[in-house]
Design a protein. Structure first.
Length: 438
C-alpha cells in the first residue's frame, strides 16, 4: 500500500513533495514549515475550471484560505480572480498586480476606509451584506464620483450541514440579507444613485460535502428572481455568485469532486440565465499544502499515555483547537505505510507497529493538541512529522501566541523549491513595540 495524493508521495519509505524530498527542504528551511506544491495548486484550479467550463465562471480564489503573495501569483498567472474579505487582503492581491476587474469583496463589516480603498481601485464587485452597507457604499461612491458595482449577498436560510462554526447561510448567522429585505432593496435600487446592481451572491459555509445545499440555495434564488422581482429587477441580476465551500478530502475518503458539484449546479445556473462567479478556497489549496514539524520530546506517562511533543503548535495550525478539525499526520520517514483512509476514532490496535498517541505542541494551553488519539508509528526525538491538508486556513490563521515566530512558507515546483515567506525572527515580533520603551 502506498499513499500518493495531490503531489505528496511516499517513495522508498520517505515523503516527497513533487520531486523533492521533504527532509531536504527542512534541512535547509528549518522547522516548523508550511510546504506548498505549485503543481497541486494548478491542478485543482484547472479541475474546478474545467468542471464548470460550460458556464465559463469567473473563479475568484478565496484569499483568506491562503494569502501568500507567491500563491496568489501562481493562481493569478493561471487566470484566477480573487475573493477578498478585508482591505489587507485587497492590498495583497493588488501588490501581486491582479487586475481589479477580477476582484470581489465580501464581509459583513467593511469599513468606510476599506470601501474607499476598493472604489479607488475599481474592483469588480462588492458582495453587500446589509442595507446599511449598501447605503454607505452609495454615499462614498457619490463623494468620489465613482459607481459601486454590487451583488447582494443573500442569506437563504439553509443548513449546509457543516461545523457550527463554519456554516454561514442559516438565518441566525450574521451573513447576508434575507430575501424579504433583498426584495425591498432591489425595488428601491434607483434611490441608490451611485450603485450598479449586478447580481446575487450566496455562500453557505464550508466544507459542504454534498450538492444539496447549493441546489437548494440556487432553487430559492431562482424562485426569488422569478416570483418577487419585476422585469427591471430581473435585469439587475446579471451575475450569480455561488460562493465557495467545495470540499476536499481531509481523511483520504472519497468525496465529491468539482464535476459532481457541476452536474447538479450547472443546470440551475443555466435556468437562471446568469453569468457565474465562484469562490473556491479550500478545494484549491488545502491538499496542496502540508505543515512540517520536528519531534522535540516523547513523554510516556506511567499510566500509559504517550505524548509526541513537536515544535509546531496551535498558533501555527489553529484548526484542530478551533473547530476540532482532523488533519492526518504521518512521519516523514517510516517503513509503516500511511493508511489510505484514516477516520478519527478508528481502532487499529491489532497492528503492532502502531501505538495510540497524542501529538501536541509546546504552547501553554490544554487545547494545544494537533492530533488526538491517533494510531501512529514509533517516532523518536528529532523525527519529522507531516500534517496533511493544511494548505488552507493553516498559515493564514496562524498567530505569534506565546511569542512564537510564525513559520516560513516554501513553494515546491517540480524538483526545485523556494522560500516564499521567511521565518519570523524575535526582532520581527517586537517591531512596533520597541520604539515605545523609555
Ligand atoms: C471563506 C469564503 C469562501 C471560501 O470558502 P472555502 O471553503 O475555502 O471554499 C468563499 N466565499 C466567501 C464569501 C467566504 O467567506
Amino acid at each position: 500500500m502506498t499513499t500518493s495524493f495531490d503531489f505528496f508521495n511516499y517513495l522508498n519509505n520517505e515523503l516527497y513533495c513533487e520531486d523533492v524530498k521533504v527532509k531536504e527542504i527542512i534541512e535547509k528551511a528549518g522547522s516548523p514549515a508550511y510546504i506548498y506544491s505549485k503543481n497541486s495548486i494548478l491542478e485543482h484550479f484547472i479541475e474546478i475550471r474545467d468542471a464548470f467550463e460550460e458556464v465559463d465562471p469567473l473563479i475568484c480564489f478565496s484569499v483568506k484560505a491562503n494569502s501568500n503573495l507567491s500563491v496568489i501569483k501562481v493562481l493569478a498567472d493561471a487566470g484566477s480572480g480573487f475573493d477578498v474579505v478585508s482591505g489587507g487582503e485587497l492590498y495583497r492581491v493588488l501588490k501581486v498586480g491582479v487586475s481589479p476587474d477580477k476582484i470581489v469583496f465580501a464581509g459583513v463589516g467593511k469599513t468606510s476606509e476599506e470601501i474607499k480603498y476598493a472604489l479607488e481601485n475599481d474592483i469588480f464587485m462588492f458582495n453587500v451584506e446589509s442595507p446599511a452597507e449598501l447605503a454607505n457604499i452609495d454615499r462614498i461612491a457619490g463623494s468620489m464620483g465613482k459607481r459601486g458595482r454590487v451583488a447582494l449577498r443573500i442569506n437563504p436560510d439553509i443548513d449546509a450541514k457543516t461545523h457550527d462554526k463554519t456554516t454561514t447561510g442559516k438565518k441566525e448567522n450574521k451573513f447576508g440579507i434575507d430575501f424579504e429585505s433583498a426584495s425591498q432593496l432591489i425595488k428601491n435600487i434607483d434611490n441608490y444613485k451611485n450603485i450598479d446592481l449586478k447580481g446575487i451572491h450566496v455562500h453557505l459555509g464550508s466544507p459542504i460535502y454534498s450538492t444539496g445545499p447549493y441546489v437548494q440555495g440556487l432553487e430559492k434564488v431562482y424562485k426569488f428572481v422569478q416570483e418577487t422581482l419585476d422585469e427591471k429587477g430581473k435585469q439587475g441580476i446579471e451575475y450569480v455568485n455561488i460562493g465557495g465551500g467545495y470540499c476536499m478530502s481531509y481523511t483520504g475518503e472519497k468525496v465529491k469532486r468539482p464535476r459532481d458539484y457541476a452536474a447538479d449546479i450547472v443546470p440551475l445556473i443555466k435556468k437562471l440565465g446568469c453569468k457565474v462567479v465562484m469562490e473556491p478556497g479550500r478545494f484549491i489549496i488545502a491538499n496542496a499544502g502540508i505543515l512540517l514539524t520536528r519531534t522535540t520530546y516523547i513523554k510516556v506517562a506511567t499510566w500509559g499515555k504517550k505524548f509526541v511533543i513537536c515544535d509546531a503548535a496551535m498558533n501555527d495550525l489553529a484548526r484542530p483547537s478551533l473547530y476540532d478539525a482532523v488533519h492526518r499526520a504521518w512521519p516523514v520517514k517510516t517503513d509503516v505505510p500511511m493508511p489510505e483512509v484514516e477516520l478519527p476514532g478508528e481502532e487499529k490496535g491489532s497492528d503492532k507497529r502502531l501505538e495510540l498517541v497524542d501529538i501536541v505542541g509546546p504552547v501553554c494551553e490544554s487545547s494545544d493538541v494537533l492530533a488526538k488519539e491517533r494510531w501512529f508509528p514509533d517516532v523518536k526525538e528529532g523525527d519529522l512529522i507531516a500534517f496533511f491538508s493544511t494548505g488552507a486556513y493553516g498559515f493564514t490563521m496562524s498567530s505569534s501566541y506565546n511569542t512564537r515566530p510564525r513559520t516560513c512558507e516554501i513553494l515546491v515546483d517540480g524538483d526545485s523549491f523556494s522560500t516564499v515567506r521567511r521565518r519570523e525572527t524575535y526582532e520581527d515580533l517586537i517591531t512596533g513595540e520597541k520604539e515605545f520603551l523609555d
